[in-house]
Design a protein around this ligand. Sequence first.
Ligand code: 3Y8
Ligand code: NAP
Length: 243
Amino acid sequence: MPNPLVLGGTTEATALCRAMAEQGLTGTISFAGRVERPVRQPLPQRVGGFGGVEGLAAYIRENKVTHLIDATHPFAAQMSRNAVEACALTGTPLIALTRAPWQPQEGDDWTRVPDIAGAVGALDCPAARVMLAVGRMHLAEFAPNPQHFYLLRLVDPVQGDLPFPDAHAIIDRGPFTTENDSALMQEHRIDLVVSKNAGGTGAQAKITAARQLRLPVIMIDRPALPDRAEAHDVQSVIDWLVH
Ligand code: 3Y8
Ligand code: NAP
């Protein structure tokens, strides 16, 4: 019986764990512990870092993990790099469950930047009303542009002050809906959106809403990831796991 470890934290990881449980498969899903209450999962879960590559390799050995499934977010690049190295060290089969990046469509007004720093650079512009929906971890990097009003969306409240003089934080977790994001943008008179190119559906609402409202988007490209086997749907991963 396979004993997989799923690196989670995405809509796809949750869907995978639900399908595995429905098909009578066991395994463990892992979270970094970024938020107070990770979403309930149909498989046993563990929370917290492993302690780098060595820590993950030790976890694999000690828990007799037979397969590693990296279903983390495309921006969780460090975790994905560690997974490739730990699986090479321990000879553990690895597959990534990932989703294609969003592509600009008719009506989109994207300015693509290579990383968070590129987005900060693109915000060196006259005062605007910016929807900054990139989570909490990189907020401080956006401090150099205090001229803007920022509409923030966070999973958990920030302890202490926000790094901007003029900001409003919404505490909410996705997946989000287009109508909700469209209403939010109109209510706060947003005229610019900043987003990671997360792909998938959970974070996509603001991109669709921006298109409908004809708002420009600063789109942050994904970090480069090492080569590894990849699947884009849950059943392919399960077929890989059981065969
Ligand atoms: C802790 C685990 C599920 C997973 C759902 C997806 C969809 C909803 C939309 C916006 C964008 C953002 C953020 C976002 C979304 C899904 C997915 C996704 C974006 C949870 C979760 C964990 C996290 C961590 C969190 C980060 C933050 C990023 C908020 C669970 C809810 C902005 C990414 O406060 C913090 O420290 C938050 C940190 C990493 C990025 C950042 O830099 O701050 N996700 N998000 C995981 C762990 O501990 O290992 O509780 O469900 C999961 C989800 N968030 O099961 O349905 O699949 O992407 N997550 C981005 O895409 O830009 C919000 O607001 O429009
Ligand atoms: P990261 O920068 O790639 O990883 C930093 C460190 O966090 C890793 O080296 C590891 O610590 C720990 N870690 C990350 N994911 C983990 C997991 N699933 N289980 C156990 N430890 C984990 O990761 P991140 O960008 O902070 O993302 C953290 C979590 O949030 C992931 O589960 C990811 O899927 C989820 N998430 C992230 C984003 C995003 O925008 N980054 C969006 C949605 C969801 P050790 O080195 O100690 O093992």
